[in-house]
Design a protein around this ligand. Structure first.
Ligand code: HMG
Ligand code: MG
Length: 301
């Protein structure tokens, strides 16, 4: 086994976690969440996205949120930019990293960003070039790397194909995303192996939605390959508007508990993270989606 000794987590809660929320979440609450995440030790936070407000109304306050967060020099703040229009809007807010997001399945690409995989790469290429010219890091999210809500199972070759296209336009690192949480360890491993044909182990991260309760097992499968970058969402918030029924990312609290239990460092203070989760769950008026947070809160009494 090739287990890493430390792991870096991007909390995607403010973006992936909240994008699908039907009730309006004020910018002030999103800013409060980002603050609590960085106070808990998160060193990478996905803050918002610059997408069409008609498609994803919850992210329409991107400028306000980015302007309101108190930036810590040790933290990387990333944002989603699907095209040049989004990038031009984002750049005004000086993100540390932008994320272009494609899919390994054609149908999901169409539903999510209204274009084919090939067209998406054409749209991303000038975004990547402009970002890199300004010294902004570039990440590529790859959706549906094991399963697609419209096409079913996705072959690893499709993941490898997308990873190669991303690499070809200058994307620096990629997320292997299980958008609908149907992945199981061997399939997730195959998706990573296909990606590793194009990117090094330090340039790949796991992004697992926990719809079917497989995300921690999939995290372990990726760890065993040597993957040490993961994305998760505080309280297990979220879902994608274009993946019906898919629930949130694996809860950051659950990933941190597992890693610390395995002796793998994250730099995250679990108690403060649980407080961050309570803050947002309290606002949303629902219980935490994290098993670990629930257990710890029950013990706190
Ligand atoms: P489109 O309709 O094909 O774009 O949308 P268009 O260029 O034809 O423009 C149509 C209208 O959108 C125009 O406005 C544009 O100005 C506007 P109108 O003239 O009609 O008033 N527009 C924009 N407005 C704001 N920001 C922009 C922008 N671009 C065009 N950047 C587009 C294409 C990608 C914009 C659209 O399909 C969209 O916004 N989709 C939403 C995608 C999204 O946010 N999905 C969720 C995030 S991805 C995800 O959750 C997966 C991930 O977590 C990994 C995983 O789990 O799999 C990352
Ligand atoms: Mg996601």
């Amino acid at each position: 086994m090739n287990l890493p000794t430390r792991v870096k987590i991007v909390d995607v809660g403010p973006r992936d976690g909240l994008q699908n929320e039907k009730q309006p979440v004020p910018a002030e609450v999103k800013i409060g969440l980002v603050q609590r995440l960085q106070d808990a030790g998160l060193r990478e936070i996905e803050v918002t996205s610059y997408v069409s407000p008609k498609w994803v109304p919850q992210m329409a306050d991107n400028h306000e949120v980015m302007a309101g967060i108190r930036r810590d020099s040790g933290v990387r703040y990333s944002v989603l930019t699907p095209n040049l229009k989004g990038f031009e809007a984002a750049v005004l807010d000086q993100p540390d990293e932008i994320v272009v997001f494609g899919a390994a399945s054609e149908a999901f690409s169409q539903k999510n960003i209204n274009c084919s995989i090939a067209e998406s790469i054409e749209r991303f290429a000038p975004v990547v070039e402009a970002a890199r010219a300004r010294g902004i890091h570039v990440r590529g999210a790859m959706s549906c790397t094991v399963g697609c809500p419209y096409e079913g199972e996705v072959a690893p070759a499709k993941v490898g194909y997308l990873a190669g296209l991303m690499k070809g336009i200058g994307v620096q690192r990629v997320d292997v995303a299980d958008t609908i949480g149907v992945g199981t360890p061997r399939k997730v491993r195959a998706a990573f192996e296909a990606t590793l044909g194009h990117f090094g182990i330090d340039q790949v991260s796991g992004h697992f939605h926990d719809t079917y309760g497989q995300a921690l097992a999939n995290t372990l499968a990726a760890l065993e390959l040597g993957v040490w970058n993961f994305q998760s969402s505080v309280s297990g918030l979220g879902g994608c508007p274009y993946a019906k029924g898919a629930t949130g990312n694996v809860a950051t609290e659950d990933v941190v508990f597992m890693l610390h239990g395995m002796g793998i460092a994250t730099g995250i203070d679990l108690d403060r993270l649980i407080d961050a989760g309570q803050y947002i769950s309290g606002f949303l008026g629902r219980k935490s989606g994290s098993r670990v947070a629930t257990a710890v809160l029950n013990k706190r009494g």
